[in-house]
Design a protein around this ligand. Structure first.
Ligand code: ATP
Ligand code: MG
Length: 581
């Protein structure tokens, strides 16, 4: 697919999916049309949220959720809240909050609208959640259980056997309330008591067997400090967070499907208690993104970092947002990828080539062109005057003449690609071999004469003669027909630069499927560092600038190590998909 667009906006002309279908139906029925906030201001009819736990770096799977949630809010003129689901005190840190904010903003989204700045922390709702829990106790919907963790697990039953009621299930409401208040006051140790919803220990859905609501955790929280020693469970907190933020469509991954009845239970009980108005938020599940040749588990990504298999979270081989950003991916390419990979109800794999293709399609119309010689071999033009240098010109972008030209010198000695010379050609080889003519791209036609070798027989230089009236763009050039065109840079006029040739991190399309050891399929050639000769204009490249190095692919000046004057480039993606072949 090639779409030549000049603007920076992604080509995301809403591809429909079942979630959009559902929203369209809700808009048609006016389901969320008449809601107002406590000040009487109308609320958006589409409110989504992105609710990461600040316990790690975001990866491409999260990007999918970000593009979906923020993309829907954008397309429907709604709102998407940015919420840190920081209800678990021990694993969360401010460092992660900062990198997550950075990642979402970089992807091109924000959470501000005329109604305010919708950046929220679930921990800011702890007081409300606590009061709601007291209400659930007093209304007979929750009780403090004092069984040990082992007893609780044993009495929970399993998929074939119903659970058994806790001996504490029917303790008086006053006793539960009193115990819950003392839990909060810090009178008990972790695990001594737990607050549970009173639902049905025989429910075929394990999540409805009196799920835990609050547990004791004497732990310091990165925002609330030591204020709390009891913390709400995710399944209780999440629907409340959604309702407080007036979420309409709460989108989550398929593994939460069996949690939906409890989500609805919590909200309905609390709506009955007057805490929330109907219509309530609704949870909808979609298939998580699985990307071939990658892993998207925070825990396994952490292993790669800790065991120094990669060079940190932002290693360009990593599927983290900081990693793919450093690799040279653009926000537009990622949005395009998320749109193209669709939203589905059934788990499936998206091929890495879809991600790579989105980057090519985004960069092709945008990226300026440049010449780079990656595996250099000397070419000597014997009849070129020793002291002569001449400028050659080339378009900055072949399809956008309005973007102007660049120029670079040609001189007697050049660097060409090693693979562009062969002493004895095979059939169909049109580049340099003794007696053959080729065009030096944007320069002259040359005829190869001979080569020099070292004592091992390795070719160290190639000789040729040029035709002074054959220069590209000159009148005489039409008189020369060659089958081969090769790229080159002047040996005296170029930038010597470190170039990192990145490739896929795994050789197996499903590195961690079926209990495989994902570390056994690491691609040892996923990073190759070389010294290349670049067109001299690359000397001033700024960090993050992206170029197409003709015939090699798309490259970005590394955002960490590249400096104007001393550029370092990363290969983001090759020009063609060589893995599918
Ligand atoms: P991990 O399983 O890697 O630890 P997580 O799901 O626990 O990730 P959260 O911080 O809870 O990480 O995720 C934030 C949001 O991103 C959630 O709504 C979650 O559903 C979504 N998300 C995470 N991974 C994916 C994925 N692979 N595809 C789509 N959405 C995802
Ligand atoms: Mg999670």
């Amino acid at each position: 697919m090639s779409n030549d667009k000049t603007s920076g906006s992604p080509d995301t002309a809403a591809i429909s999916n079942f979630i959009r279908g559902m929203i369209d139906a809700d808009l048609a029925s006016g389901k969320y049309a008449k809601r107002t906030d406590p000040n009487g201001h109308p609320l958006p009819t589409v409110v989504t949220r992105f609710p990461p736990e600040p316990n790690g770096y975001l990866h491409i799977g999260h990007a999918k959720s970000i593009c979906l949630n923020f993309g829907l809010a954008r397309d429907y003129g709604g709102r998407c809240t940015m919420r840190f689901d920081d209800t678990n005190p021990t694993k969360e840190e401010q460092e992660y909050v900062d990198t997550i904010i950075d990642a979402v903003e970089w992807l091109g989204f924000n959470w501000k609208d005329p109604g305010g700045d919708h950046l929220y922390f679930a921990s800011d709702y702890f007081d409300q959640m606590y009061h709601m829990a007291e209400y659930l106790i007093t209304s007979g919907n929750a009780y403090v259980d004092s069984q040990s963790a082992e007893e609780m697990a044993k009495n929970r039953g399993n998929f074939t056997e119903p659970g058994k009621n806790s001996p504490y299930r029917d303790r008086p409401t006053e006793e539960s309330l009193n115990l819950f208040r003392r839990m909060r006051a810090g009178e008990f140790k972790d695990g001594e008591h737990i607050l549970r919803a009173r639902i049905d220990m025989a429910s075929p859905n394990m999540n409805m067997r009196d799920p835990a609501i609050y547990r004791i955790r004497h732990a310091h929280h990165h925002r609330t400090g030591d204020k709390w020693c009891i913390y709400p469970m995710y399944d209780y907190a999440h629907p409340i967070e959604d309702a407080i933020e007036y979420v309409t469509h709460s989108l989550c991954t398929l593994e939460f499907q069996d949690h939906r009845p409890f989500y609805d239970w919590v909200l309905n009980k609390l709506a009955d208690g007057g805490f929330f108005k109907r219509p309530l938020p609704e949870q909808t599940e979609f298939a998580r993104l699985n990307l071939t040749y990658a892993i998207t588990s925070k825990r396994k990504l952490l292993q790669l970092v800790e065991e120094k298999i990669v060079d940190g979270w932002d290693d360009p081989r990593m599927p983290t947002i900081v990693g793919i950003r450093r690799r040279g991916y653009t926000p537009e390419a990622i949005q395009l990828f998320c749109e193209r990979s669709g939203v589905s109800k059934a788990d499936s794999w998206i091929d890495m080539s879809t991600l790579e293709g989105a980057l090519r399609d985004d960069l092709d119309p945008k990226a300026p062109r440049a010449i780079a010689v990656l595996k250099p071999l000397k070419l000597i033009i014997d009849n070129f005057p020793e002291t002569l240098t001449e400028d050659c010109t080339a378009p900055i972008h072949p399809h956008h003449p309005e973007r102007g030209h660049r120029s670079f010198p040609i001189s007697k000695e050049l660097w060409i690609e090693e693979e562009d010379f062969i002493e004895v050609p095979s059939k169909g080889y049109f580049r340099l071999f003794p007696g053959n003519k080729v065009r030096l791209r944007y320069g002259y036609v040359v005829e190869c004469t001979t080569c020099d070798k070292d004592e091992n027989g390795k070719v160290i230089a190639v000789h040729c003669n040029y035709f002074p009236d054959s220069k590209s763009g000159s009148e005489g050039s039409a008189n020369y027909k060659t089958k081969g065109v090769i790229t080159w840079v002047s040996a005296k006029h170029n930038v010597e630069a470190e170039v990192r040739l990145y490739d896929r991190l795994f050789t197996d399309p499903h590195p961690d499927a079926g209990g495989k050891d994902f570390k056994a399929t690491i691609n040892p050639n996923a990073k190759e560092t070389i010294t290349a000769y670049l067109e001299q204009g690359m000397k001033t490249a700024h960090a993050d600038e992206k170029y197409q190095f003709e015939r090699h692919g798309y490259f970005v000046a590394d955002r960490v190590d590249s400096k104007p004057g001393k550029p370092v480039f990363n290969r983001a993606v090759t020009l063609k998909d060589s893995w599918g072949k």
